[in-house]
Design a protein around this ligand. Structure first.
Ligand SMILES: [Zn+2]
Ligand SMILES: [Zn+2]
Length: 287
């Protein structure tokens, strides 16, 4: 079955209220022929907010899956897409902030779920407690304002959304918000943070686009046996031999692809194109 037969002109519901369709829709249309539609009035805030007044249900993938399932429920369509971002220390560079974006694709007709992702150190995710407008403007300068939006609130863990001023994209509004919060606050401080919602954060939008391309790559990876999309790596086997002493290292030697429909598996030896590891990576040659 060709790619066209599967997705050309099929409708995919995108669960977003943060204009993620601006980057996701053209990619899926150009690459797969999928027509992305956003259900009007879909409230994704019930699935958690970056500003923490509403907690996210489950982990990043579970939250995205819930959004996609909800979109399918309310529209009665069979294909849905949802994206979810998270910010935190980079898994292998603990002092550097990273942004992980996932884009989930669910096709009820074929009963498949495919997840594209991007892990990037390109993010302006940041926060600061300030005592005056000057400090706020200095922070704003550092985090790419006004192209990137800001949030101002009284405290780091807001109890309700009435005390959060989001989507600030002009200096005038920023000064107004900071003054308002400083006046109201019992501590004389205001808590500023970057607005991480996609439409207020072009850096994040770029990462969402990259995750979408990763999703397309996985959709186009077909099972050699039954041609179901999403033939993906499910297992990584370490043990790439050292070039000098031939002892196994912690580097990847083999990856295993598996079809989620028929279970067919395929091993790929030396997925990174190298048959040996540098002696510098070897615990015997370079302890
Ligand atoms: Zn298969
Ligand atoms: Zn060695």
């Amino acid at each position: 079955m060709g790619r066209e037969a599967l997705f050309i002109n099929r409708v995919a519901i995108l669960a977003t209220m943060h204009q993620k369709d601006q980057v996701i829709a053209p990619i899926l249309d150009n690459e797969l022929g999928l027509k992305v539609m956003v259900p009007p009035g879909f409230n994704t805030d019930i699935f958690g907010t970056f500003t923490r007044e509403i907690k996210r249900p489950g982990n990043q993938i579970e939250a995205a899956r819930l959004k996609a399932e909800k979109a399918l429920d309310i529209t009665g369509e069979s294909v849905a897409i949802a994206s979810e971002g998270s910010f935190g220390p980079h898994p292998s560079l603990p002092y550097i902030t990273s942004n992980r974006e996932i884009v989930i694709f669910i096709d009820k007709e074929q009963d498949i779920e495919i997840i594209g992702q991007e892990l990037s150190t390109a993010t302006n995710h940041n926060h600061l407690m300030v005592q005056n407008v000057e400090q706020a403007l200095e922070f704003a300068d550092k985090v790419g304002f006004p192209e990137h939006g800001l949030v101002v609130m009284c405290e780091e863990l807001p109890k309700d959304s009435n005390n959060i001023i989001k989507g600030i994209i002009t200096e005038e509004k920023l000064v107004e918000a900071v003054n308002l919060v400083l006046e109201k606050s019992s501590t004389g401080k205001a808590y500023l943070e970057t607005d991480m919602r996609a439409m207020y954060n072009p850096t994040r939008m770029t990462n969402i686009a990259k995750a979408t391309y990763n999703l397309v790559k996985k959709i186009n990876s077909r099972c050699p046996k039954c041609s179901t999309p999403g033939f993906d790596i499910t297992r990584i086997v370490a043990g790439l031999p050292c070039e000098l002493c031939h002892m196994p290292t912690a580097l990847t030697k083999t990856v295993v692809y598996q079809c989620q429909k028929c279970g067919f598996t395929q091993e790929k030896l030396f997925p990174n194109g190298k048959e040996f590891a540098e002696p510098a990576q070897c615990m015997y040659c370079n302890p």
